[in-house]
Design a protein around this ligand. Structure first.
Ligand code: SF4
Length: 65
């Protein structure tokens, strides 16, 4: 995000990373993680009508880094 901000972008959107891990920003700021393990599969988008916004990947298959 920092390079994008330095290039003139006024904000960076963090959506699915926080759907995947609601503590994503806190863990990123603390240095615990350097990136999200969201694989951008978008299956959470398809599941929103059925159960709200949450990552469905752990219900289907584990995500590995
Ligand atoms: S369902 Fe896929 S896109 Fe959505 S948060 Fe989980 S890993 Fe990311």
């Amino acid at each position: 995000m920092e390079p994008a901000m330095n290039d003139g972008f006024e904000f960076a959107e963090i959506g699915r990373a926080t759907v995947r891990d609601p503590d994503f920003v806190k863990r990123l700021q603390s240095g615990e993680i350097a990136e999200s393990d969201c694989d951008h599969c978008r299956r959470c988008i398809a599941a929103m009508d059925a159960g709200g916004a949450h990552c469905v990947c752990d219900e289907m298959e584990p995500i590995t880094k």
